[in-house]
Ligand binder design. Structure first.
Ligand SMILES: Cc1cc2nc3c(=O)[nH]c(=O)nc-3n(C[C@H](O)[C@H](O)[C@H](O)COP(=O)(O)OP(=O)(O)OC[C@H]3O[C@@H](n4cnc5c(N)ncnc54)[C@H](O)[C@@H]3O)c2cc1C
Length: 347
């Protein structure tokens, strides 16, 4: 839907959403709607806010690192609880009256560049550009107790959680042989020795390790268990802490920190948009401009890369914000040039 002549200016429309009954102000107009208020969306909102764009950031609340107690490996924010990270970011965004943050889920998105229609709580928001920062959804490991231990003693990333568990018994659940990242297993295991000498590789029922991969991992110094995982053995006092892995053959192997990369999938909203995805299922975005295969829709953060971490997501969000601002500025320059040319030919 094109913006009508009578449409409120971008700053009026942004403010009206705060102050009035929402039912009376359909539709509202923004330069950019950001979907997702994790590190990526928050960083993008700051960049765009400081560029004086009218921005609406919508966040549904559930975050990937829900169970994690701290964010690690983010310079100046190491050991910050994730809720505190978001609180400070929002507090800083509050300095910019042109940025609105709402705790709402974006239910649907359609339209095209300059006239996207973003559906939230039965309300249509119109936006010139949309930035997707929705993160990824992690499938839980199919083991009893894995949900509770996720982010506490089962991890994806040693840079995030390795320091706290250094020197202890570590395990790695080898990916399914047909998983997109299966070829990365030896590289991943190799780096774990930076934190501990005690690395055991496990497999799951129905996904035996090939003998070739097992001997490759053994040559790196890992112990390889050929018998599949039967169950997690958790600390009776603290059920989020695993202590060992019980195997199908009846043996038990000590394990204080288990690393795994269970499958991830896109959120239903992103999956509904028909965007080009890479072979691993991440949204394809131009590495510099961060624009997806659909003109006017940009993407940053975890949904577009396997290189996942809060600081990476924030960096790509800031980059996307700058690129969207540039895109809007270029469009304005072109519009000005063509109106000048029209005025010259008619005059
Ligand atoms: C258990 C765990 C621990 C981790 N620990 C660390 C760590 O210590 N250090 C580190 O650097 N990284 C860590 N990570 C990785 C880090 O959390 C992610 O890389 C980072 O959060 C990605 O940021 P993001 O903004 O792309 O997505 P997210 O942080 O996942 O945020 C996405 C947001 O989008 C919202 N959303 C989704 N769909 C919609 C919708 N339709 N409408 C509105 N909102 C929507 C979600 O509710 C969510 O708030 C951890 C990850 C996990 C799983």
């Amino acid at each position: 839907m094109p913006r009508s002549k009578d449409a409120p200016t971008r700053h009026e429309s942004a403010r009206s959403l705060c102050g009035r009954d929402r039912a009376t102000i359909i539709p509202v107009y923004f330069d950019v709607v950001i979907v997702g208020g994790g590190p990526s969306g928050l960083a993008a909102a700051l960049t765009l806010g400081r560029a004086r764009r009218a921005v609406l950031l919508c966040d549904a609340g559930e975050r990937r690192n829900q169970t994690a107690e701290h964010i690690y490996n983010f310079v100046t924010r190491d050991h910050t609880p994730p809720d505190e990270f978001r609180r400070v970011a929002r507090e800083q965004l509050a300095r910019y009256p042109n940025v609105l943050v709402r705790d709402v889920r974006v239910e649907a998105l359609d339209g095209e560049r300059d006239a996207f229609r973003v559906r939230v709580e039965q309300e249509d928001i119109i936006a010139k550009r949309v930035l997707l920062c929705t993160g990824m959804l992690d499938e839980p490991l199919l083991l009893e107790g894995a949900r509770e231990a996720w982010g506490r003693s089962i991890f994806q990333c040693p840079y995030c959680h390795g320091w706290e568990a250094q020197g202890r018994a570590w395990g790695y659940v080898a990916p399914a042989h047909d998983a997109p990242h299966a070829a990365m297993a030896p590289l991943f295991v190799q780096q774990l020795f930076a934190w501990t000498e005690h690395v055991t590789v496990f497999s799951q029922h129905g996904n035996p390790l090939s003998e070739e991969l097992a001997s490759q991992l053994e040559s790196l110094g890992a112990r390889v268990e050929r018998s599949p995982i039967e169950r997690l053995v958790v600390d009776p006092e603290r059920r989020t802490q695993i202590r060992a892995i019980a195997l199908a053959n009846g043996a038990t192997t000590p394990c204080d920190a288990l690393f795994a990369h269970p499958p991830q999938r896109q959120t239903p909203l992103v999956a509904s948009l028909g965007l080009a995805l890479d072979a691993d299922g991440y949204v394809t975005a131009d590495p510099m401009r961060r624009e997806t295969s659909r003109p006017g829709i940009f993407a940053s953060g975890d949904l577009s890369t396997r290189m996942q971490g809060a600081i990476f997501a924030a960096a790509s969000g800031a980059q996307a914000g700058a690129m969207i601002n540039l895109d809007l500025a270029q469009q304005r320059a072109m519009q000005r040039a063509s109106s000048r040319a029209r005025a010259e030919t008619s005059g």
